[in-house]
Design a binder for this molecule. Sequence first.
Ligand code: GH3
Ligand code: MG
Ligand code: MG
Ligand code: MG
Length: 300
Amino acid sequence: MTNANKQRVLIVDDERVNRTVLAAVLKDENQVILAKSGEQALERLSIDAEIDLILLDVMMPEMDGYEVLRRIKANDATKDIPVMFITALSSVVDEEHGLTLGAVDYIGKPFSPSIVRARVSNLLRFVRQRKLLETLAGRDGLTEIPNRRTFDQALAQEVGRCKRSGQAFSLALIDIDYFKQYNDRYGHARGDEVLKTVARTLTLALRRPADLIARYGGEEFALILPDADAHGGLEVAETIRRAIETLAIRHEDSTVAEHLTISVGGITTADGERLPNELIAAADRQLYEAKRLGRNRIAW
Ligand code: GH3
Ligand code: MG
Ligand code: MG
Ligand code: MG
């Protein structure tokens, strides 16, 4: 297995021999990262929190393992990373203390390599499952693009960023024109296929990695464009409107065109004081305007 597919285990121990032995036990199955102190571990986590499991020694000079765990739990970026103590402090009181602080497991030293390997492997299986569930929970089941829940989180984050930086960003709602008629004429299954195609097309039309397109509801999609002013926002909106038109999906019951079209309502804001739902309402009013003006168009 290449390192890219391996799960990542951070080993924190002040004694070199312990780090070496643990690394030897785990390195075939996992990507192992070493830290020789609590400070070094926290420093490492501050630049790279993509760690699946932390094996943590308790007795270390300067900062002990209990304090390291407390800090890991106090930080939003790291609080969900499971921590397993591996320590010579193996009284019932020590073990209870470690578990109460939130460690998922507590292994006494000297340890049996095969037991450590098995416990780590069992735990990492759960971590993998949890990650998969998290990914699925953020995606729409039909189109497989981010869902409303992911969008709401991203919008809240963007509003926060805007409040701090004063940087403008753009937000747009996209709605398929006469989609009810499409379903009525071609059937719901074909309608579902169209939703998938539209989702894929919208996704491919985005250029910056930070841009987000989500399925907002039935046949509505929502778009966040960080750092985009009205000019940039309009340009993206026009690109996607044209991209959908170019698909030339036949829609005989549309009164706008003979093929499927979308309408877009967009806004640009640098006002971090407006709440996410106020921004959505403003974009929705623009969308309504685009519909009222004849559909297959953008109102910004
Ligand atoms: P308008 O141009 O005003 O937006 O007209 P419209 O017909 O698109 O608007 P309306 O909101 O009345 O209808 C939306 C339709 O989208 C109704 C619903 O059947 C369809 N729809 C919503 N979700 C799905 C879905 O998951 N699959 C399919 N096939 N259709 C869906
Ligand atoms: Mg130690
Ligand atoms: Mg709609
Ligand atoms: Mg519609």
